[in-house]
Ligand binder design. Structure first.
Ligand SMILES: [Zn+2]
Length: 81
């Protein structure tokens, strides 16, 4: 039978708990960033150069600054530069 004193047992349990919480924190933060990238799209208005983000996937967006109608191409991020 394995003999272990109380201090080592508490230390091992505490270390395991901290490791578990850290791994869960890393897992949920990684998924949250991925969801936000899929949820929001960043566009730049070619007329007033206003940068805005939208959650909808419509092909025509309205600029919130100058109210121009913009044609949005799929898989294009105009604000990369
Ligand atoms: Zn605009």
């Amino acid at each position: 039978m394995i003999e272990i004193n109380l201090a080592s047992l508490i230390g091992i349990l505490f270390f395991t708990l901290v490791l578990l919480v850290f791994s869960v924190w890393i897992f949920y933060n990684y998924n949250e960033e991925k969801d936000l990238e899929e949820l929001y799209h960043i566009h730049q208005c070619p007329y007033c150069t206003h940068i805005f983000k939208t959650a909808s996937k419509k092909s025509i967006q309205t600029c919130p600054n100058c109210n121009s109608l913009l044609t949005i191409e799929k898989n294009t991020n105009n604000a990369e530069t």
